[in-house]
Write a protein that binds this ligand. Structure first.
Ligand code: MN
Length: 137
């Protein structure tokens, strides 16, 4: 077995995220498993760009309160202990609320070339403000 006592915390790239977001990559895609697992920590107001995952994604919130939204305007408010499953190809975003931190485990199965994520444009401040108002659950 491989026992990792600590993984580096790195800033996520500004062309894929808004605000300060930190990633610990816990598992990188490796044949034949293709599993990728990251611990992602969002500071208040921070969020991903719009994006989709070729094979879907499971998010398990480990700390704080955040939001997950889809193109149809559906936004769920998520808290520690909760889990969200994003189906393959569904465009969505995830992030903190404007007043709280949020951390989640992000679990994906890669496409053989990488982690299978297609990155799109940023969630605008207007879209984010609307999501804060629309959030349910
Ligand atoms: Mn995602």
């Amino acid at each position: 077995m491989k026992h990792t006592t600590a993984t580096p915390t790195v800033r996520t790239p500004a062309d894929r995220f808004t605000g300060d977001v930190y990633l610990n990559l816990l598992e990188a895609p490796a044949e034949p498993a293709r599993l990728a697992v990251g611990l992602v920590r969002f500071t208040p107001g921070a969020r991903t760009n719009w994006h989709s995952h070729a094979n879907g994604q499971t998010l398990h919130i480990t700390d704080g309160v955040g939001l997950v939204g889809t193109r149809d305007g559906h936004v769920v408010r998520v808290a520690a202990g909760e889990t969200v499953s994003c189906p393959p190809g569904e465009e969505h975003w995830h992030g903190a609320t404007d007043t709280t931190f949020m951390a989640h485990l992000a679990i994906v199965v890669g496409d053989g070339a990488g982690d299978g994520t297609t990155w799109l444009e940023p969630l605008t401040d207007e879209q984010y403000a609307a999501a804060l108002s629309a959030a349910t659950g």
